[in-house]
Design a protein. Structure first.
Length: 280
């Protein structure tokens, strides 16, 4: 009875930032024997548990961000028949909407009985890697709630990069540092994301103000045009638009903003036929 009460109390004060954590995997059968696949499955469970129980923010404890991680295992490093100490892989991580990241040539220290704990004050090559992406997802989520609200969490990702570069596991972290700086400093895209999500919230409100909605979609369009004028066909912006191209086209069509559809026909050629269908 006491144990059950303690569990209830813990659940009432611990709210991890991530909801559904879906981890899938594949492996190279030429490099990894079927009899050793249990090692990969144990690693998957370790990471899933880490995201499920760790608290990455004491301020925002009800985000419930769904994340999907797909791991492509390339090699288990053995010292002997059953003595392994590292895993090499590639990873694809996404919030299943507009944030998705790919990391290759990654090697984690990993051995039987390995445990990891969330401690942002020091660098660990395994836990800090997943902390880096946790903060990216949280930063992106918060930016959709309020303009630039995710800034402190992007900075946390950047702090991890700085610690990693100074450690003995600096491989790839300079690239990660460039990635987070590009995200953090692309203020026009952060504005565009916020304005778009604001418009989605307006569409779900009980009293819809069309004029106010059109004003905000006009600001959104100006944000995207500004990105194009500064950076051309910015990959991050195109990823975002691709994730919501139907919703964006619906809004432009509803608001008779043909200039928005015309711009997207040229800017987002991948979905050109979709935009053109709204203009007929």
């Amino acid at each position: 009875m006491v144990k059950k009460i303690l569990q209830i109390l813990l659940l009432s004060i611990i709210y991890p930032q991530f909801g559904d954590v879906d981890i899938s995997y594949e492996y190279n059968p030429r490099m990894i024997k079927d009899s050793k696949v249990y090692i990969l499955e144990d690693f998957n469970q370790l990471i899933k548990n880490y995201y499920n129980i760790s608290t990455f923010s004491s301020e925002y404890n009800d985000l419930n961000i769904p994340i999907k991680i797909h791991i492509i295992y390339e090699k288990i490093h053995f010292n002997g028949e059953n003595d392994f100490n590292k895993i090499s892989c590639q990873l694809f991580l996404t919030n299943q909407t507009d944030q998705y990241y790919f990391s290759k040539n990654i090697t984690f220290p990993y051995f039987k009985g390995k445990t990891i704990y969330h401690n942002p004050t020091f660098f660990d090559p395994l836990s800090s890697f997943f902390d880096y992406y946790a903060y990216l997802f949280i930063g992106g989520e918060l930016d959709s709630y309020e303009l630039f609200l995710g800034g402190p969490y992007y900075q946390k990702s950047l702090n991890i990069c700085n610690m990693a570069i100074d450690s003995g596991y600096s491989s790839n972290w300079s690239t990660f540092e460039d990635d987070i700086k590009n995200i953090k400093n692309n203020e026009e895209l952060r504005k565009a994301r916020y304005n778009f999500y604001f418009c989605l919230d307006m569409m779900n409100s009980k009293e819809l103000n069309i004029e106010y909605l059109k004003n905000n979609m006009t600001i959104f369009l100006d944000n995207i045009k500004s990105i194009y004028n500064k950076f051309g066909y910015d990959k991050s912006t195109l990823k975002f638009i691709n994730a919501f191209h139907i919703e964006i086209a619906d809004l432009f069509h509803l608001l008779n903003m043909e200039d928005g559809l015309n711009f997207l026909v040229n800017f987002d050629s991948k979905n050109k036929t979709i935009y053109e269908s709204y203009m007929k």
